[in-house]
Design a protein around this ligand. Structure first.
Ligand SMILES: [Zn+2]
Length: 142
């Protein structure tokens, strides 16, 4: 199965890597790459721990690895989010091919800033125990 995605903004083929391609990553790496690019590793860990602890019992667990769940919750609300697509990319051998996830934005840098704020906001929204208080100051210097 071969499919070639095109940029929803300038119509360039994804393989050309135009400036609107915020990230292209293999499906299993996608969420981690997004968190890295947003420099949001610390609030992300806080968020994941809070949810695993069952403080948000209605939340599905799979958002930590499933790109569609992550996209629904964290990317789609962002104003610079332009779209997410899957593209089949072949490796050196046929068996090494896999689905890559492409994320589009008019301004990828802005998208990462927004994503960081989104993750920080969500990680701070749940009541935090007293011993976690220094994190708040550290995470939110404003
Ligand atoms: Zn483009």
């Amino acid at each position: 199965m071969i499919n070639q995605c095109h940029c929803p903004i300038c119509k360039a083929p994804a393989s050309k890597g135009c400036s609107h391609l915020a990230v292209a990553a293999e499906g299993r790496d996608f969420v981690r790459r997004c968190v890295e690019l947003a420099h949001a590793e610390i609030p992300w860990r806080v968020l994941c721990r809070q949810r695993k602890a069952g403080e948000w019992p209605h939340e599905p667990q799979d958002f930590t690895w499933l790109e569609t769940a992550f996209c629904e919750e964290f990317l789609k609300p962002l104003s610079s989010y332009e779209g997410m697509e899957h593209e089949w990319r072949s490796g050196p051998k046929l068996s090494q091919g896999g689905f890559w996830v492409l994320l589009w934005s008019r301004s990828p840098q802005h998208l990462w800033w927004e994503l960081r704020e989104e993750i920080e906001g969500k990680s701070l929204r749940v009541p935090v125990r007293a011993e976690a208080a220094p994190w708040l100051i550290w995470l939110n210097p404003r």
